[in-house]
Write a protein that binds this ligand. Structure first.
Ligand code: ZN
Length: 340
């Protein structure tokens, strides 16, 4: 079991289904993932965290030139004008939107709250079907143009990945089982929250989909996950059927996907959606952000419920969220079958 597996936006089990259905790019991407695991296991996370001082939360976008080495050629840095490379511009713009949301709405100074620079590598590999946060920086493939298009095309994907960085610097939730599903859930939460904020959408206007913008022509109209209706994001010959549950009674207890990190996150996603529909997405995000800073690395769903409820109570006491927020949190978690 690889605890420090990078947080790929397309789960390995979905790539395996694509590979079984003769998608060449999926086979090639899977073999790259093995290499990325090995590189990642060489990183010393404590060293990384302590080596970084106060920064200016500047963006640096690097062009991998279809190779797999990172930080090779800087294509655009903070303040540079946009150029002709769409992936470079998208990574720069979307990472800026994510950084500014954390700063302006949640008062968090970049991923580490100390102004960590955002390192973004685009054009990773050839037809690489994924994007990931490797513990230090972001990496984006271009997709194969059929199943997935460029992974920089989606604000919720970039928000999702950078939030893995925030989780790493706050609770450090272990990436397997229930703590891993909470980790995945938090990334989906801020992915969708930032997108809704940017598009000025209310909870009822938003589509609550993750990854809809990276689906290629073969999978048009589908997405990786639906937070509103987990289990309905995709159903096609290549990927099979979305297996996310929306209630504990359908909890996935198998060993795939690091014991279901991208699967059981559906249960929590549904709870977040229900709370947002009652108190508004931004207020729900404030509660979740407060809770996320109080969690610990091995928290399970029941501990998560407890932490979120305490956060809701404390923010309601301060008048920052509606008085009804703790009650909304309680009914949402009960609705998906989680008790304290
Ligand atoms: Zn993830």
């Amino acid at each position: 079991m690889m605890k420090h597996m990078p947080d790929f936006v397309v789960p390995v089990y979905i790539l395996e289904r694509l590979a079984q259905n003769d998608v060449d790019a999926a086979r090639a991407s899977l073999s790259k993932l093995r290499l990325i695991h090995r590189q990642r296991n060489l990183l010393d996370f404590d060293l990384i965290s302590t080596a970084i001082g106060e920064g200016g939360s500047e963006r640096h976008v690097y062009d991998c030139g279809h190779n797999t080495r990172l930080r090779v050629q800087e294509a655009r840095k903070e303040g540079d004008r946009s150029g002709s490379d769409e992936a470079v511009n998208q990574a720069y713009d979307f990472a800026g939107i994510v950084r500014d949301y954390f700063k302006e709405v949640l008062n968090r100074n970049s991923i580490d709250n100390r102004g960590l620079d955002l390192l973004l590598n685009v054009h990773y590999g050839r037809n690489f079907l994924n994007a990931f946060w490797n513990g230090e920086e972001m990496v984006f493939g271009d997709g194969d143009g059929k199943i997935f298009i460029g992974f920089t095309s989606s604000l919720d994907v970039i928000g999702h990945e950078l939030t893995h960085g925030v989780t790493q610097y706050t609770s450090g939730l272990e990436y397997e089982g229930q703590s891993g599903a909470i980790n995945e859930h938090l990334s989906d939460v801020f992915g969708t929250v930032i997108k809704q904020h940017h598009l000025k959408q209310t909870a009822s206007e938003a589509d609550w989909l993750i990854g809809a913008d990276i689906m290629g022509p073969s999978l048009k109209g589908q997405a990786l996950r639906s937070m509103k209706a987990p289990g309905t994001a995709f159903d096609n010959k290549l990927m099979g059927k979305d297996m996310q549950p929306d209630h504990m009674k359908n909890y996935y207890s198998g060993s795939d996907d690091n014991y279901g990190v991208h699967i059981n996150s559906g249960i929590l996603n549904k709870a977040f959606y229900l709370v947002s529909m009652e108190i508004g997405t931004d207020k729900a995000a404030a509660v979740w952000y407060q809770g996320m800073q109080k969690l610990y690395a091995t928290a399970d769903f029941s501990a998560f419920f407890h932490t979120i409820q305490q956060a809701a109570q404390s923010l309601a006491d301060k008048g920052e969220v509606p008085e009804t927020a703790p009650k909304s949190v309680e009914s949402a978690f009960q609705a998906v079958g989680i008790s304290q």
